[in-house]
Each structure stands twice: as structure tokens, then as C-alpha cells.
Design a protein around this ligand. Structure first.
Ligand code: RFL
Ligand code: PHB
Length: 395
């Protein structure tokens, strides 16, 4: 088979890029190693920036998101037995949309199916070849048969553990990484959320986040030890710990119930530079990971797609390589700002072990001063709000 663009991975990056290219009449295939149900079963992001909302709208796929998603003009910062509202809309003129990654993925998968767009699920042994020359290709095995896809370009949308970044020679790529000394234990449950808007809570027992998927489905997280195993956390133990980390008002409105999903995610900041290697482009988690505190991962996937789709469409419509040549630089400028923000918000909200060289809980004192400053300064709150709703796209 021959296509113009081979997309590896059917997460948000691959499906958004696939939709943008389909809309522009560019022939692309999406090759995913898992089943569609498996991809839909992964509970991840919940907060969409305006840029991501606009992209779904521009694809004509925003109807369900607008009907079922929750528009939030603010979020709450829990601290010292109360919570403080960060008024995103008043501070920036913008909102965020609470609509699960699962739902974005489902809308995009349904659209591909309706369009009859080429999509392969459960592809095994996916390999990419020849991206440093002019004749790249992708091979995979399906139902015992090996298939080859020839293409002009490969989009590596295959996440942090994918084959794309791993195929780049070590001397051509630079990695930047920070691993945080804790994880997030997440629970999904069919209970009404404790509050209308999200609560990010800084507590001496550790961070907690109250999020949601709808008015009847909640998503909660607590900071946990990296050594913790999901099996050690009964539902009751989770609810008890979450309640202790919330202010009395939030704790009093907490409704508990059986978990539908429970998982532990490690936290890391990671960037691979550049994001282009000849005819291979890395997109989304394949190139970068941020801790989930700022809700930036999926939104960065959307901005990468925005820049890459722009470059590919310009290339096929106008025979120009300017947008493709600019892709890595443009994407990375936005990525690094989100890496900075996600690190900052993580540092502000979590309980950290004492750092080497510290005496007398100095990091804790600095964190408290930072929160005091933030809550008392319009300028500092505006900076938080501007980053949270999402920095603008360059083109
Ligand atoms: P994905 O979603 O990992 O998709 C990659 C896809 O590639 C497939 N794949 C392969 N396919 C073919 N061949 C191979 N060799 C392959 N190797 C892998 C995989 O099966 C998969 O289907 O990456 P993508 O598309 O770049 O999307 C990134 C987002 O999923 C991620 O950044 C967000 O989920 C991060 N994130 C959040 N982001 C937000 O913007 N807002 C949030 O509120 C938010 N909350 C979160 C999050 C991530 C979390 N976890 C568990 C990591 C909360 C959590 C808990
Ligand atoms: C979520 O709802 O899963 C969620 C929300 C906000 C975050 C991270 C995760 O910062």
C-alpha cells in the first residue's frame, strides 16, 4: 500500500492528525498496536484548552463535546482548610472544557469509521524504515501476515513507549528528563463531584485533585508513594485518605461509591529534541511528557498536531516545505513553556521529601510563601490562569 502520510498510534495525537489530514484531502493511514476498545479503556486527561476545543470544532466534530462537556470558568486551589477560586475567565477571558480524553478519542474514532478512513488496529511488530532518506515505509504484522506501507512522511504519534522515538539513532536525539519522587493514584467513580469546578488541594498529607467527567461521574487523584501498588488501596482507604486532604466544606460534600477504575501513574517531565528526523515527525507523548498537574499532555498533543498539519497541508497544497521545516522549533517553544508550567504547578502543590542540602523544611516554607504570594497577587494569579487556559498557538 502507498499513502502520503503514515501515522503510528491511534491516541489523541494520531487521531487528531488523521482527522486534520482527511479534512484536507491528504491520504493517510493510522496504524495502532492495540484494539480500539483498549485505547478507549485508558482513563486519562479530562481538561481541554480552547485550542483543542477549536480544533474539534474546525473538524466538525464538536457537537457531542458542546452538549456533554462542562465549560469551567475557574478552578479551586485548596490550602489551609479552605479553597480559593482562581477565576480563569475574569483573569484571561478564557474558559476550559471538561470533556474526557476517552470521549475525544471516541468522537475521532467514530468519525474515521464514518469517513471510511484507513485505520489498522491490533497491528503487531510495527516498524518504521528509511525516514532518513526519500522512501520511508512502515511494516507491521496483522493476522499472521506482514504488510508494508510506503509513504512520503511518518508521523510518530505512538506515545512515550512507542517505536518511533526509539528508532532514532541515539546521536541524533537529545533527551531531557526529570522523574518526580511520587505518583498519582487515580479513581473513577459514578458519584457526583464534590464541587462544580476542579479542586487542586495542597495538604500536609500530600496533594489531592477533585476532577470530574460529568455531573454524575467523578475523577479523583491523590499523591502516593512510588512504591504503592493499586491492590493495596481499597476503595474505602482511598476515600478516607482523599477526605483528609480536602478542606472541611469539600470533604462534607464528598459522595463515595465503588470505583470503576483505579490506577497509579508516575510523574515525569521529559522532552526529546528535535521533533523531526528527516521524514519522521514526533508528535505528542512520543516527544514529551509533563506531570498531569497542569492538565497539559493532551493539549500539547493538539498543538503539535496543529503545527504539523499546517506544515503538511502547506506542503501538499503549495509545494512549500517551510511549515515542515518550522515544525520542530514551533512545537518545542510551546512544549517547553508547558513543561515549565507543569513543573511549577507540581512543585507548588505536592509534598516533597527534603532535598539534599536543606535544613529545617526550607522547601516547605518556600512553597507556603509562594502560595501566599499567589493568592494575594493579581499578577501571579493571572500568570497561573494564562498558562492553565493555554498559551496561544504561533500560527
Ligand atoms: P497516547 O495517548 O499514549 O497514544 C499513543 C498510541 O500509540 C499506540 N502505540 C503504538 N501503535 C503502533 N505501534 C507501536 N509500536 C505503538 N506504541 C504505542 C498506543 O497504544 C497508543 O494508543 O499518546 P498521544 O496520542 O500523544 O496523547 C497524549 C495523551 O494521551 C497524554 O498526554 C494525556 O493523557 C496526559 N494527561 C492529561 N493531559 C491533558 O491535557 N489534560 C489532563 O487532564 C491530563 N490528565 C494525563 C492526565 C495523563 C495521565 N496518565 C495516566 C499518563 C491524567 C493522567 C492520569
Ligand atoms: C482529570 O480529570 O483526569 C484531570 C484533570 C486535571 C488535571 C489532571 C487530570 O490537572
Amino acid at each position: 500500500m502507498r499513502v502520503q502520510v503514515a501515522i503510528i498510534g491511534a491516541g489523541p495525537s494520531g487521531l487528531l492528525l488523521g482527522a486534520k489530514l482527511h479534512q484536507a484531502g491528504i491520504d493517510a493511514i493510522v496504524i495502532e498496536q492495540r484494539s480500539a476498545d483498549y485505547v478507549l479503556g485508558r482513563i486519562r486527561a479530562g481538561v481541554l484548552e480552547q485550542g483543542c476545543v477549536d480544533m474539534m470544532d474546525s473538524l466538525g466534530l464538536g457537537a457531542r463535546m458542546h452538549a456533554e462537556g462542562l465549560v469551567h470558568g475557574g478552578f479551586n486551589l485548596g490550602y489551609r482548610n479552605t479553597h480559593h477560586r482562581i477565576d480563569l475567565h475574569a483573569l484571561t477571558g478564557n474558559n476550559v472544557m471538561v470533556y474526557g480524553q476517552t470521549e475525544v478519542t471516541r468522537d475521532l474514532m467514530d468519525a474515521r469509521a464514518a469517513w471510511g478512513a484507513k485505520t489498522v488496529y491490533e497491528a503487531e511488530n510495527v516498524r518504521i524504515h528509511g525516514f532518513d532518506g526519500n522512501t520511508p515505509s512502515v511494516t507491521y504484522t496483522k493476522d499472521g501476515k506482514t504488510h508494508e506501507v510506503q509513504c512520503d512522511y511518518i508521523a510518530g504519534c505512538d506515545g512515550f513507549h512507542g517505536v518511533s522515538r526509539a528508532s532514532v539513532p541515539a546521536q541524533s536525539i537529545q533527551h531531557y528528563e526529570r522523574v518526580y519522587p511520587f505518583g498519582w493514584l487515580g479513581v473513577l467513580a459514578d458519584v457526583p463531584p464534590v464541587a462544580h469546578e476542579l479542586i487542586y488541594s495542597n495538604h500536609e498529607r500530600g496533594f489531592a485533585l477533585c476532577s470530574m467527567r460529568s455531573k454524575t461521574r467523578s475523577r479523583y487523584y491523590i499523591q502516593c508513594s512510588l512504591d504503592d501498588k493499586v491492590e493495596q488501596w481499597s476503595d474505602q482507604a482511598f476515600w478516607d485518605e482523599l477526605r483528609k486532604r480536602l478542606d472541611p466544606e469539600a470533604a462534607a460534600s464528598m459522595v463515595t461509591g465503588p470505583s470503576i477504575e483505579k490506577s497509579i501513574a508516575p510523574l515525569r517531565s521529559f522532552v526529546a529534541e528535535p521533533m523531526r528526523f528527516g521524514r519522521l515527525f514526533l508528535v505528542g507523548d512520543a516527544a514529551h511528557i509533563v506531570p498531569p498537574t497542569g492538565a497539559k499532555g493532551l493539549n500539547l498533543a493538539a498543538s503539535d498536531v496543529h503545527y504539523l498539519a499546517h506544515g503538511l497541508i502547506e506542503h501538499y497544497q503549495e509545494k512549500s516545505v517551510a511549515g515542515l521545516d518550522a515544525y520542530s522549533g514551533r512545537a518545542l517553544r510551546r512544549v517547553w513553556k508547558a513543561v515549565r508550567f507543569s513543573w511549577w504547578f507540581t512543585a507548588l502543590m505536592h509534598k516533597f521529601p527534603a532535598a539534599a542540602g536543606d535544613t529545617g523544611a526550607i522547601s516547605q516554607k518556600i512553597q507556603e510563601a509562594e502560595i501566599d504570594y499567589l493568592l494575594g497577587s493579581q499578577a501571579a494569579m493571572t500568570s497561573l490562569a494564562e498558562n492553565y487556559v493555554g498559551l496561544p498557538y504561533e500560527v
